[in-house]
Write a protein that binds this ligand. Structure first.
Ligand SMILES: *Cc1c(COP(=O)(O)O)cnc(C)c1O
Length: 387
């Protein structure tokens, strides 16, 4: 920042803070993105052009994953992963009850049955003990065949993969990571993308690594699954072959989106570091007054969202709105209460934490381009509202 801009930033008092601000990032990267998009227009390979191959290599390297297949969205990534595993009618896929509706929607879309598992009060992620209980119930019922567990890395924080992998191995079920919010996160030395045998992420514009449209990726350590997903991505065909080897879909990432993502991936590590800084600034100022997210050594969050808990959430949200602070409710409705999933309920669900969190969570402005002054304004207004 040049010094005259710094002075302007200090002298203009903050009056409103958006939840996400994608315009500032675009301004930072615009000239690079323009060049990269022009290159695609010049070569004209809009479907699976060279930028897609290059992006897949770079994403796999970033994540330390063996394979990366770039696809059309996060939802399609999950659907293709489930198709590659052969999921269908009669299969149970265990999902957390507190997440975006797509997590259960993809399971239903392939004809399998989502089975809801409660989450942990402080990590917001799938509770491994609850998973054990629910898998055992499904086994005892003998109606559905347990096929897979789909943990979600909510708000960017990786789920408890070591504990979930142990349970999955014992029950002989697959682990499919819904890492839509967490690309860039890590557990110890292992990055999101390599934490499960198959992981799916999203490049929806407001995700930590966002395109200028829809996009996603599947990461896997398994050569056979990688081959299956890449066939499913193009109508079930192998490469340019005209034979449908399996059922597939139109699930490719556009070359133009790959070009945009290459520009964004080049600065992604710096953006993740800034998100971490913002989360720490919030935590330092807010943790004595309200319930703030965990920030633990060795657990790297991508900080897709910074989410606090407030018993009187709706009142506080209205006061912040009046003060110009935009917030959002991720998620206001646990999955068991969505009409689309009513037919999968057994009536035995025990989801008290998911129910409580959906009434109490509030996501505050977050992103790599939010300024310290804006963070401080949000902090000041929030502390005034809860006082
Ligand atoms: C965003 C999201 C998805 C879906 O990703 P799209 O790219 O929007 O299809 C799936 N699961 C979770 C948890 C998400 O946050």
């Amino acid at each position: 920042m040049r010094s005259n801009e710094a002075v302007a930033a200090v002298s203009a008092p903050v009056q409103s803070v958006p939840l996400f601000d994608l315009k500032r990032q675009q301004a930072r990267l615009r000239s690079d993105i323009d060049v990269r998009i022009s290159r695609v227009l010049d070569h004209g390979q809009f479907i699976l052009g060279p930028e897609v191959d290059a992006l897949e290599r770079d994403l796999a390297a970033f994540a330390g994953a063996r394979h990366c297949i770039a696809v059309s969205s996060g939802r399609d990534a999950l659907i293709m992963a489930l198709m590659a595993l052969g999921a269908g009618p009669g299969d149970a896929v265990f999902v957390p009850a507190f997440t975006f509706s797509a997590t259960a929607g993809v399971v239903a879309s392939v004809g399998a049955s989502p089975v809801f598992v409660d989450v942990n009060e402080t990590t917001f992620n799938m509770n491994p003990e609850a998973l054990e209980t629910v898998v055992s119930q499904v086994v005892a019922d003998g109606v559905l065949r347990p096929l897979a567990v789909m943990p979600v890395d909510l708000y960017g924080r990786p789920a408890d993969y070591p504990a979930i992998a142990e349970i999955a191995a014992r029950h002989n079920i697959q682990v499919v990571a819904d890492a839509a919010q967490s690309f860039g996160g890590s557990l110890g030395d292992t990055s999101v993308g390599a934490l499960a045998p198959i992981s799916c992420t999203s490049f929806y514009p407001t995700k930590p690594l966002g395109a200028f449209g829809d996009g996603g990726a599947v990461f896997t350590e398994d050569d056979k699954l990688a081959e299956a997903v890449s066939q499913i991505r193009t109508h079930g065909r192998q490469g340019d072959g005209d034979e449908a080897l399996r059922l597939g879909m139109t699930g490719r990432l556009d070359t133009i989106q790959a070009a945009v993502l290459q520009a964004k991936l080049a600065v992604f590590a710096d953006e993740l570091a800034r998100r971490q800084e913002v989360a720490e600034r919030y935590n330092a100022a807010l943790s004595d007054a309200i319930a703030t997210p965990l920030n633990e050594q060795g657990i790297g969050s991508a900080w897709a969202l910074y989410t606090v808990r407030l018993p009187n959430r709706d009142d506080i949200r209205a006061r912040l709105q009046a003060d110009g602070v935009s917030t959002a409710l991720f998620y206001r409705i646990p999955l068991n209460r969505h009409p689309a999933f009513a037919k999968y309920l057994t009536g035995r669900e025990e989801l008290p934490v998911s129910e409580r969190l959906s009434a109490e969570v509030l996501s505050l402005p977050m992103g790599p381009d939010i300024t310290d002054d804006e963070v401080d304004y949000v902090i000041e207004r929030l502390l005034a509202a809860v006082a």
